[in-house]
Design a protein around this ligand. Structure first.
Ligand code: GLN
Length: 539
C-alpha cells in the first residue's frame, strides 16, 4: 500500500518545496523504494498552459502531453519517475470535475460543498496520481494560511486520519531568517507557521528550515520545543550554490532515515553516488564558454527554466562553465548584430506569437553565415526554416502562417493548411489522437545516420516531447533540400519533419521537439552535450 509524504510551506513562498520534494524522492529511490510525485496548485486556472510564462514561469510538458507547472520539471530532473497528467492538479481542475459530476446528477440531490465534495475529489486525485508506488510525495503549492490552499490542506489532514500515521507523514518547510543587526537567527516565524498548520489539525513530523546560516543545536532544540517536533527532525536547508547539492545536504542530516523510521519502511541504505559524481564534475570545471539565447522573455529566465538547466547539465558533463546570456529578440530586428559577435553558440528557443520573430530570424542568419554553432528549438527550428527559405532559396517573405496567414510561401503552417491542398485533410482537433489543437507530449523521431543529431544521440530512433501547432510544410521539402537543407529527423511515418540541419555548416541543428524537458543533471542530455562540446572544441 502506498505511503504518503505531504510537503507544505509556511512563512513565505519560494522556499524551494519542489526541490526538497524532488531531493527526498531521489534519496528514497536510491534506497530502492518506488516513488511517485504530485504537485497540487491552489490557483483557479485549469492548467498553466495558457498562463503567461513571464508570470508563472515555464510550462513543463510531460511525456503524456500534459501542460503542467514547472515544479514537475524539477521532479523529473531529480528522480527516475516520469510524471504525467495525473501528477499535477489545480483548484480549477478539481472544481471543474466536481461541477461536471454535479451536472450529471452524480451527487444525488445533495448540497455540493467544499467539505466533503471538493476534499473528496482532491483525495481521489491524490490516490490516482500515486500510481500504487511505495511512496507518493505530494507538494502543496502556496503557503499555509492562504485562503486558496485551505481545501488541499484539509484533504491531506483527512488522509492522515483515514490512513493513520505510519502511512502518512507531513513535512513543513519554513524560513529561519538571519537578522544582521542582532547577529542572530530568528525562530519566531517558524513557530508561528507551525502554530498555523497545527490549528488546522496537522502536526508536522519534520521541519525543513531554510536559512542563510547553519542553525545551532540550541536553536534546533528551541524550535523543537515550540513546535512539538523532535529536535533531530528539525532539518536545516541552508542556501547552496547549486540546487543539485540538496539531496546530499538533506541526506547528511538524516532526513531519509527519519522518514523511513516514521513510515516504518524496510529498504536499502541510500546511495548518492550519482549526486557526488555530479558535484565532483562540477567542482572540476576548467573552461568557460558562452551561449546567447535569443528570446522574447529575456528578463524572465524562469520562462526558460528547463533550457537553462539542460545547458548547465551539459556544461558540467563537458567540463565547462556556460555563461548564458539572454538577448532580447526585438533588439535584433534592425541591422546591428554586434551583440552576437562574441557568441560561442546561439540558441533560438521555443515560443508563441510574433513578438521578436524577425530578430530571431536575423539571429539564425547570423549563425548560418558565420558558422556559429546553432540550436533551434521548436519555434527556433521554424525560424531557421523561414530564414533558409528567404535567404538561400529566395522565397521572398517566406513565413509561418502563425505570423502571416496570407504569405506567398507558407513554409511553416498548420497541418490542415498544407495537407488539404493534396486532398487528404488531417484535422488536428480535440478528437484527433494528437491531442487538442497542439501536438503535445512524447513522440518517436527517426534519425538519419551520419547527421549531427545522430552523432549526438548515437541512435536511430529517439523519443522527445512536443508542444506546438505549426509544422514544416511538406510542399517545400524538395526545394529546400535541393538547396542544402538536410532533413535529419522525421516522424515514424516520415510525414512530419522533426529535425533539420545545413550542408556546409559545422553544427546547425533545428528540432521541432523540446529536448530540454528530458535533461538530467546526473547524465546530461545528448543533444545539449553535443552542442556544448562543439562550442568548446571549436577552433
Ligand atoms: N508557435 C510555434 C507553434 O505553435 C512554436 C511553438 C513552440 O516553440 N513551442 O508551432
Amino acid at each position: 500500500m502506498t505511503k504518503y509524504i505531504f510537503i507544505t510551506g509556511g512563512v513565505v513562498s519560494s522556499l524551494g518545496k519542489g526541490i526538497v520534494a524532488a531531493s527526498l524522492g531521489s534519496i528514497l529511490e536510491s534506497r530502492k523504494l518506488s516513488v511517485s510525485l504530485i504537485k497540487l496548485d491552489p490557483y483557479i486556472n485549469v492548467d498553466p498552459g495558457t498562463m503567461s510564462p513571464s508570470q508563472h514561469g515555464e510550462v513543463f510538458v510531460t511525456y503524456d502531453g500534459a501542460e503542467t507547472d514547472l515544479d514537475l520539471g524539477h521532479y523529473e530532473r531529480f528522480v527516475n519517475y516520469k510524471t504525467g497528467r495525473a501528477s499535477n492538479y489545480t483548484t480549477g481542475q478539481i472544481y471543474d470535475s466536481v461541477l461536471r459530476r454535479e451536472r450529471k446528477g452524480e451527487y444525488l440531490g445533495s448540497t455540493v460543498q467544499v467539505i466533503p465534495h471538493i476534499t473528496d475529489e482532491i483525495i481521489l486525485n491524490i490516490k490516482k496520481g500515486s500510481f500504487d508506488k511505495d511512496i507518493c510525495i505530494v507538494e502543496i503549492g502556496g503557503t499555509v494560511g492562504d485562503i486558496e490552499s485551505l481545501p488541499f490542506i484539509e484533504a491531506i489532514r483527512q488522509m492522515g486520519v483515514e490512513y493513520g500515521r505510519d502511512l502518512v507523514s507531513y513535512i513543513h518547510l519554513t524560513l529561519v531568517p538571519y537578522i544582521k543587526a542582532a547577529n542572530e537567527i530568528k525562530t519566531k516565524p517558524t513557530q508561528h507557521s507551525v502554530k498555523e498548520i497545527r490549528s488546522i489539525g496537522i502536526q508536522p513530523d519534520v521541519l525543513v528550515c531554510r536559512s542563510e546560516r547553519m542553525i545551532s543545536v540550541d536553536d534546533k532544540k528551541k524550535i523543537a520545543l515550540f513546535t512539538n517536533v523532535e529536535a533531530k527532525a528539525v532539518i536545516n536547508s541552508i542556501d547552496v550554490e547549486d540546487i543539485y547539492e540538496v539531496p546530499l545536504l538533506l541526506h547528511e542530516q538524516g532526513l531519509d532515515d527519519i522518514i523511513v523510521e516514521k513510515l516504518n519502511l524496510s529498504c536499502d541504505k541510500a546511495s548518492l553516488k550519482d549526486w557526488l559524481n555530479y558535484k565532483n564534475k562540477r567542482n572540476d570545471i576548467k573552461n568557460k564558454i558562452n551561449i546567447k539565447i535569443i528570446a522574447k522573455y529575456a528578463n524572465y529566465t524562469e520562462s526558460y527554466k528547463s533550457l537553462n538547466e539542460a545547458i548547465k547539465h551539459a556544461g558540467v558533463h563537458s567540463g565547462v562553465d556556460v555563461d548564458i546570456e539572454y538577448v532580447d529578440a526585438e533588439k535584433l530586428e534592425g541591422n546591428d548584430f554586434s551583440v552576437l559577435e562574441n557568441a560561442g553558440g546561439i540558441i533560438v528557443p521555443g515560443g508563441f506569437g510574433d513578438r521578436g520573430i524577425e530578430g530571431k530570424i536575423n539571429a539564425v542568419k547570423f549563425a548560418r553565415e558565420n558558422n556559429v554553432p546553432f540550436l533551434g528549438i521548436c519555434l527556433g527550428m521554424q525560424a531557421a526554416v523561414i530564414e533558409f527559405s528567404r535567404n538561400v532559396c529566395k522565397l521572398k517573405n517566406a513565413n509561418s502562417t502563425e505570423f502571416n496567414k496570407k504569405c506567398n510561401y507558407p513554409v511553416i503552417a498548420l497541418i490542415e493548411e498544407w495537407l488539404d491542398k493534396k486532398g487528404s485533410v488531417e484535422y488536428r482537433d480535440k478528437n484527433s489522437n494528437i491531442g487538442g489543437t497542439m501536438r503535445l507530449g512524447e513522440q518517436e523521431c527517426i534519425i538519419k545516420k551520419g547527421s549531427n543529431i545522430y552523432k549526438a544521440y548515437e541512435a536511430e530512433a529517439i523519443f522527445e516531447r512536443h508542444r506546438h501547432r505549426y509544422e514544416f510544410n511538406n510542399d517545400y521539402r524538395d526545394s529546400l533540400e535541393k538547396k542544402g537543407l538536410i532533413i535529419s529527423g522525421t516522424s515514424t511515418d516520415q510525414t512530419l519533419v522533426e529535425v533539420i540541419e545545413l550542408k556546409g555548416h559545422s553544427w546547425f541543428v533545428g528540432c521541432q521537439f523540446h529536448p530540454e524537458f528530458t535533461s538530467k543533471p546526473t547524465t546530461g542530455h545528448p543533444l545539449f552535450k553535443a552542442f556544448v562540446k562543439e562550442i568548446r572544441d571549436k577552433k
